[in-house]
Design a protein around this ligand. Structure first.
Ligand code: SF4
Length: 282
């Protein structure tokens, strides 16, 4: 019997958006070769490596894709300019953007030029760029924290949109700061349900644990948020992409480990990590 108990947070791992994106790419790969993936499919290094092995070509710019090629837009979505660029190059596109991200595109696109958009999101993240790239207004302000709300100029009635994978606690802070500063602000949205449920599961479990481990890649926003969620509960927490990163030093003196996984982490990776955390080797 293992010296340690590993308790898995429920839910964790794949969300519906990721499952949908993987189902679409698998379908495309049944009949096509030389498939171009624009701006990544999902943020998991193992999945990306596997897709490369299966012949997928990852590019960051639509101009890097030869005219007429089979192309997948990733789960984080793309901007209107990218969609138009793809149409101009007659790319044969499968759009694997999560329907919830598409809802954000629609909400941003519905804003008339006189409205103000405040996006709580990480600058440079593909989802943020995609949402901003659909905005119907040029009065755009990106905030990365509640503190950033203080630095905004005077606004009349800003509409808040939220990157789907951020911390629900931070999103609430941004909402209340925005409402306090601009009482007419529309703050009706928050993170997606999958992110919310995964973070709440970590909040429930973390106080019982000596160590919290999140399976996921460092490029994954929601993986980082899960690790931070456990840390906020006062528990030492680590993000592990490769189960080989588990060492005796990491587990020294640990009796109870909480385990969660990003929405982009495959079940096989979670299982391998769980087995290693339980291993008698350490
Ligand atoms: S984390 Fe949420 S928005 Fe992102 S792919 Fe999953 S369900 Fe969709």
């Amino acid at each position: 019997m293992s010296k340690r108990t590993v308790i898995t947070a429920e839910p964790c791992g794949f969300c519906s958006g990721v499952r949908n994106a993987l189902a679409l790419i698998n379908e495309v790969l049944q009949t096509e070769k030389n498939v171009y993936i624009l701006k990544g499919l999902i943020h998991n290094t193992g999945v990306t490596a596997d897709l490369k092995k299966r012949g997928c070509i990852f590019v960051e710019n639509v101009e890097d894709i030869p005219e007429g090629s089979v192309t997948i837009f990733g789960a984080h979505g793309v901007s209107l300019a990218v969609e138009q660029g793809a149409a101009a190059r007659r790319l044969r596109v499968t759009d694997a953007a999560c329907p919830l991200v598409k809802q954000l595109h629609k909400a941003a696109g519905a804003l008339t030029p006189d409205r103000e958009l405040v996006l709580f999101g990480h600058r440079g993240h593909p989802e943020t760029e995609g949402v901003l790239g659909h905005s119907g207004t040029e009065k755009i302000f990106v905030v990365e924290s509640a503190d950033d709300v203080d630095s905004l100029p005077e606004l009349k009635a800003p509409v808040l949109l939220v990157q789907t994978t951020l911390s629900h606690i931070e999103a609430e802070k941004v909402k209340s700061s925005l409402k306090k500063r601009f009482p007419a602000a529309d703050i009706s949205v928050s993170v997606c349900q999958a992110s919310l449920l995964r973070q709440r599961a970590v909040e429930r479990l973390a106080p019982e644990c000596d160590l919290f481990v999140v399976a996921g890649s460092s490029c994954s926003s929601n993986a980082n948020r899960l690790r931070e969620t456990a840390e906020r509960c006062g528990v030492r927490s680590v993000l592990i992409d490769d189960p080989a990163e588990v060492t005796a030093e990491l587990l020294s003196g640990v009796r109870t480990i909480g385990l969660s996984a990003a929405a982009s982490t495959p079940e096989s990776q979670i299982e391998t990590l769980r087995a290693r955390l339980c291993s008698e080797e350490f």
